[in-house]
Design a protein around this ligand. Sequence first.
Ligand code: IMP
Ligand code: MG
Length: 190
Amino acid sequence: MIESKLGERVFSTPDIQQRVQEVAHHISADYSGKRPLLISILRGAAYFTMDLTRHLTIPFDLDFMSLSSFKTGFKKIEIDKDVSEEMANRDVLIVEDIIDTGLTLNFLFRVMEKRFPASIAACTFLDCPERRFIEVPVKYSCFKIPDIFVVGYGLDFRGDYRNLMEVSTLFDPSGRSTQILKQMGKGGTK
Ligand code: IMP
Ligand code: MG
């Protein structure tokens, strides 16, 4: 059972659903009268994107992009699958699973700016500001997390756990994640 390797629950399904709905309402209000082009970054953001878009009350277009990154001393990011929609003069909203170092989002901003969108902003399910290498503007985020590795709701560990409906840590024998979660008043659940 892969579940046995999980650590503690960080965000429950009802908490996630409520927060995703709130963020969708903010986006609907901010883009009122517009038709944003949402660009979901595969594969991690797929689950978040589906739930988020179901709660939007504005018209929108949806497209997907897939990236690959290699660690060869520094992180090299490349586009695996590009969008099909034109970005010129569009209000582009990037939808991500987690902003960690910020390198991926920074790469996306640089690539997309060259395509002359009317505006460009980012919406992420999780934001981990403590692990940031490079400053990036994150307009919408559902939850901030401390410096812990999490899985579920699209986030994977070597391909596993994406389909979990809640967000958990991986089992961490050092107890570090548990300690950090305790300081936040979270954890203690399986
Ligand atoms: P970064 O912001 O360029 O470091 O890249 C973020 C990407 O790394 C995300 O899109 C995830 O695919 C992956 N990632 C970062 N932190 C985690 C985590 O805690 N769990 C699972 N994947 C993560
Ligand atoms: Mg990702």
